[in-house]
Each structure stands twice: as C-alpha cells, then as structure tokens.
Design a protein around this ligand. Structure first.
Ligand code: MV4
Length: 451
C-alpha cells in the first residue's frame, strides 16, 4: 500500500480523500495556492506545500509545481480528485515517468475516452448501444446534409474534443444546418484546438443516468448501480440521486451489463462512470465515460454502503476487486450547495462566511470544506457543500433533505439553498417526473422579502 499520497486538488474533494487516507493509515500531503492558505485541506493534511498563485494555471494546473511538491515530500502516489488535472493524460504520464502512481486509469485509457468520437467507435465495436449518427467525424457540409436528411431532424453537432456539453449545437431544420455546421467547427477549433465534429440524432427530453463502475488491474470489472443526474442547469449538475426514479430492475440489469462491457472494452482500471442518455421508451445510449471520481460519488456510497475512494486507492495499489455487482439498498439524494444567487441567474457570490450552521441528524451527510470565518475565493468552482440524505424510500430522503436544508445557515454569501428547498417541494420532482429539460421550465418563486 502507498505510504504517502499527495492530493492535487482543493476544497471538499481534497478533504474527502484525506479522510479516507487517514482511515487507511496513509500519510497525506496537501497542496495549496496562496488564495487557499486558510483552507481546511491544508489544516487536515499531515503536510502542506504552497504551489503558487491563485490562478489555477499557476497552481492546481501547474504540473512542474505539483511534481516538485511530490518529490520534496517523498509522496509515492498522487490523487487528482475531480476537475483540474483528473483527466489529463499527459499529467498521468508524467507521474509515471517520475515513479509516482497516478491514482486513476492509465494515460492511454484517459486518452481513449477523452476523444468522444474514438470513445463512441470503441463502444460500437464492444456492442454498447450508441446514438445513431455520422460514421466518424464529418468531412464537409455536403456529407453533413446527406446524413441529416437520412436520419431526419432534429440533429446535434458535437465536438470530438468536447464533452460535458461544451461545443454542442442542436439543428432543427436543414436551412439552419450550414450556419451551425460552421459555428460548431469554429467553436471547437477555438476552444479545444481540434475542429473535429460529428453528428447524432437529437434525443428530445432525455434523462441522464450514469452507471458507476470499478475495474482492477487484473481485468475484472463490476458495476455499482446508477445515479440519475437529470437535474442540471447549463450542463452543471444541481441534484443527483440513486436509484433513479425512472429505473426498473430489468433496465438496471441491461445498463449495468452495458457499462461493464464499455469499461471492459478498454480493460479499464480504477473507478469510473459510464454516462447514458435514456429516452422516454427506456432506450439507453452511451454518451461519455468519465475516467475520474466524480462530485456525486457519495450518492452511490450511501446506497450501497461502500467507500469508493478507498476502492480507488486499493485498485491503484494493485489490490483485486471482488467483482460483485452492487444494487441500491437505500435511497440517497444529493443537493449541490453553490455560492451562487439563484434569484439572480445563479451569479457567483464569493465572500466571507460570517455565520455557519451545518445540518445533521439521522440520514444526513454533509461533505464540505467551509467553516465560520472562511472566505470563499473567487478563483475556483462555486460549490461550497454537498448535502446527501439517505433513507429507505425516495419520499423520506426528500423529506429529510427538506428538513436538512431548513437547518443549513450560511450568512455572508448567497447560496443555492433556496432553489433546492423549492425543488424538494415541487410536485413533478417529488413524482420523479423530470428530464434534463426540467430546470428550463422550473419556476423559482421570488425570494421572500424581509421587511
Ligand atoms: C445529446 C442530447 C440529445 N441528443 N445528444 C449534454 C452533455 C453531453 N454529455 C451530451 N449532452 C447531450 N447530448 C443527443 N444525441 C442532449 C444532451 C444534453 C444533456 C445531456 C445530459 C444532461 C443534460 C443535458 C442538457 C442538455 C443537453
């Protein structure tokens, strides 16, 4: 087992990894930017190294600074968390070249799933259902027009270097194709320095359901059930839950088997997620694979009673997995609490937290790095806490969440707590009647005015 892990991240995920390391008897090294000097991950780790200026490119994304920190502290592994360098194949490669274990998949696996068209072709070969579309990248407008005519509109254009919704264009009719084809390619070139685009039939009002998987270094892969992440806004997830209210026993078996096929196709090693789009007839299609631990991993941990970070570290250390698939035994819901103003177009609201009360009680888990007096820096992600509630039934988990949200006091900044409170009381949400379009039509009641 590793003796010392450097956590190349900040915030709640850095804390999350430190907590599991402590339980496993592994020493930890925190890294921090000058803006994060007063952060909890710095205080909770055994050692801490400042790696540069506040801007991510000067600190959490700066590979030479991170490698220097790992070498001076004698760390034998690096945990990348999520975001930052978690899916950077070159970083994983450099770790290997320095004899430091990257806690995640191999650089090759990251690359294969990072290019979306390549990933899709791999899935077709593996027999995993994909959304009908172009056979490879689009060569020119004429080809695009022909494929769209054949499939019928609406269609969607996607950047092969994109993912997570970046560089996508929906086209509803042929006369809008030329313009969208040109802008999709130009945007892809500008954003990713790669102008490869491909086409798919546009699936209207789908659900986003993902399957958590784990694979070890010996070729064994298992699935750990699903998460429903359909409640998103501008491709940012706001709520995740497991099991999905749309799931059936038969569908879970089929999607679980497809996810295992998908991961096995690249001999996947580490924990990871296969994202599927699910249409109203419960047809499901591979969308992307995430080769990292995700923000919403805690939802799965609660419903199957399993530490995913511990499993990820064990896999990286060469310990085999049991290979058993897991089914949800509880219901868990997660609300992401962001330092954003939901009554003002979710505008970021950094600043100092003057008063703080974190909810607790039966069935409540809060993963957060905030404390009273902490100032949220403006440079990074706006997520300040994740509340996860767990109960025997979905209805109880929602009621517990409503209660936990009402206990949560964060003064000094605006947060998304009021949005979640209204959502927990929404009839359609409570019925499980929602798709990825839900937040577009959800009417937030005005903020109660305190006289
Ligand atoms: C789609 C789609 C409909 N049809 N592909 C968004 C993120 C990226 N992973 C792919 N996305 C989508 N791809 C086809 N052929 C709709 C979306 C999509 C979406 C997917 C999941 C969750 C929220 C979403 C919001 C808008 C669009």
């Amino acid at each position: 087992m590793f003796k010392k892990i450097l956590i190349a991240n900040r915030g709640e995920i850095a804390l999350r990894v430190i907590r599991t390391c402590k339980e496993m008897g592994i020493k930890t090294v925190a890294v921090y930017s000058t803006a994060d000097k007063e952060s909890l991950h710095v205080k909770f780790a055994d050692e801490a190294v400042c790696i540069g200026k506040p801007q991510s490119t000067e600190s959490y994304l700066n590979i030479p600074h991170l490698m220097a920190a790992a070498e001076i502290t004698n760390a034998d592994a690096i945990h990348p968390g999520y975001g930052f360098l978690a899916e950077n194949a070159r970083f994983a490669e450099i770790c290997g070249e320095h004899g430091i274990k990257f806690i995640g998949p191999t650089p090759d696996m990251i690359r294969q799933m990072g290019d979306k068209m390549t990933a899709k072709e791999t899935m077709i070969r593996a027999g995993v259902p994909v959304i009908p579309g172009s056979d490879g990248l689009l060569e020119n407008l004429d080809e695009a027009r022909e494929i769209a005519r054949e499939m019928g509109y609406p269609i969607i254009l996607k950047a092969t270097a994109g993912g997570g919704g970046k560089g996508m264009r929906v086209v509803w009719e042929e006369r809008a194709l030329e313009h969208n084809y040109n802008t999709a390619r130009a945007e892809a070139r500008a954003a990713f320095n790669n102008d490869g685009i491909y086409m798919e039939k546009f699936v209207e009002e789908p659900r986003h359901i993902e399957i958590q998987i784990a694979g070890d270094q010996f070729g064994k892969v298992c699935h750990l059930s699903e998460r429903d992440c359909s409640i998103q806004r501008r491709h940012q997830k706001l709520v995740e839950e497991s099991p999905s209210p749309f799931m059936t026993t038969a569908l879970r078996k089929k999607m679980g088997e497809a996810a295992i096929k998908a991961a096995s196709a690249i001999n996947y090693e580490s924990v990871g997620t296969i994202e599927f789009l699910v249409d109203k007839h419960r047809n499901f299609y591979f969308m992307e694979m995430n080769t990292r631990i995700q923000v919403e991993h805690g939802v799965t941990e609660e419903v199957i009673n399993f530490d995913l970070v511990k499993e990820q570290i064990k896999i990286a250390a060469g310990i085999p997995i049991t290979g058993k698939n897991y089914l949800p035994e509880m219901h868990a819901i997660e609300c992401r609490i962001n330092a954003e103003d939901p009554f003002n177009d979710f505008r970021p609201s950094p600043g100092r937290i003057n008063v703080l009360h974190i909810p607790g009680g039966h069935g409540v888990r809060v993963d957060s790095h905030i404390y009273a007096g902490y100032a949220i820096p403006p440079y990074y992600d706006s997520m300040v806490a994740k509340i996860i509630t767990v109960a025997q039934t979905r209805e109880e988990a929602i009621d517990t969440m409503d209660r936990a949200l009402s206990e949560f006091v964060i003064e000094g900044i605006k947060t998304t707590i009021p949005f979640h409170q209204q959502l927990m009381r929404n009839e359609d949400f409570r019925k499980g009647n929602f798709t990825t379009k839900f937040t577009e039509t959800f009417k937030l009641e005005p903020e109660p005015q305190i006289p």
